[in-house]
Design a protein around this ligand. Sequence first.
Ligand SMILES: [Fe+2]
Ligand SMILES: [Fe+2]
Length: 242
Amino acid sequence: MEKKEERGAVKVTILYDNFPFLSELLPSHGFSCLVEGEEKVLFDTGESGPLLFKNMELLGIDPLSISRVVISHEHYDHIGGLGYLLARNPKVVVYILPSFSQDAKREIKERGARFLEVERGMEIAPSVFTTGEVEGPVREQALVVKGEQGFLLIGGCCHPGAVKMVEAAALIGNGKIELLIGGLHLYQSSDEEIMQTLQGLRQLGVSKIAPSHCSGFAALDYAQKLWGENYIASGVGKSFNF
Ligand SMILES: [Fe+2]
Ligand SMILES: [Fe+2]
């Protein structure tokens, strides 16, 4: 019998990132990734719509197959490509923070799409949840995805702090995050602050880590030392089967 892909497995592919991974894709400042489970959920859009679309084309991803878009926070390098996407696929539902600007809300409506303001622990699609709006210097939401190996968390920039984002996921499932992907916003932090965050993540039981975007080279270096073989090099084009 042909082996069917196991039910419950999800695939996460980084479509936009500062760091290179697949040489045919162009790295650029910003973040976006696609979560493929029962539905295709796009998390953030990078800064440039055309670049996001180019990367999707190179990876064989049809933008019209995306049904839901989650925007982590209202920074240009995460929401910048949204208008371009909505002009081409207005059928998506966009999940935003209640605190997003009226301009952002108006633009989504003007493009003919629908938005929902997230609440803590809200289900976006089967096995895909949001932390909801987390307070911080910049308010932000992270995505929590249930795969076969447990829960993974995808952060855009983690401006409220990566530890706080992982803690915010605690109400979803058993609260334990096996894999953390995305931006940790530690590129301007001191070595002490970086270590404090990374040790905090380890104390919360984060078993594997794949930082990128605004994490900073020093944080990548420390994470590699702390997680060893459970550190996963990430960047644009990297995919995770979880
Ligand atoms: Fe960012
Ligand atoms: Fe940001």
